[in-house]
Design a protein around this ligand. Sequence first.
Ligand SMILES: [Zn+2]
Length: 281
Amino acid sequence: MSRHRAPSPVTRRGALVAGAAWVVGAAAASSGLTGRWSTGTAPTALPSEALAAAQVPSAPASPAAPSPSPSSAPPSVAEVETTAAFDRTAHSTTEASSPWVVVNKRHPIDPLDYEPPKLVAVAGERVAAQAAPDLEALLARSRDDGVALTLVSGFRTYSYQQQVHRRSVARNGQAGADRYSARAGHSEHQTGLAVDFSSADGRATLSPRFAQTDEGLWLAEHAGSHGWLLRYTEADQAVTGYNAEPWHFRWVGVELVAAMVAAGAPTLEQFFGTSGGPDYA
Ligand SMILES: [Zn+2]
């Protein structure tokens, strides 16, 4: 039996670093850059717009996540070149079909009733075709590691998201609903690029406890190496505008995950300098 052993808990940033390690490692092979992320890296300065979003007065103070002690060494030339070589304009951040589209409370999907041009069924859910290969690879690797991942949500239409949000408002009130569920036209699920994972036993489905399950821990460590980003963390609440969702992952591709790690930017908003936060535009 090769039952998966849960890795020791890791920090959000540490998890992303671990997840992208093979990508960075592959790039490092040619640049002579090795072991850079295993020691932790101080975040670079954030774009001012993202900082402004992080300082929205109504936002709760974001508790500082425990993070590896930052390296005091200045970045080497190789590091600077690696970061500078990444073209942040290679894909649009506003077109709904772009792998890098940023969707949040300030940036609705355009058009509001958008549907991906091609949807593919993976493990019982539909996702945008471009996200499917990395999702299938992630699920296959989880099976190899003895982790029982399942999908509980993929693409959602505008009208379905309306129902989801209305139910949440009925249960939690508008303010409460807005912390957990996106209004229609503002959900990453509508792009077909986001999925919600659970475990086969379903014991922590859509629960904060998912973070501590074998499946949640495995995802936090490995999703990044298949291009999937843990989108909503407690530490990033003021930027993303949502409570932590350890089950919600967004496909952006392995290159962008690696570039975000290299830039020390844990969110799409910070990496691209896009506004976000808890308030709808
Ligand atoms: Zn979700």
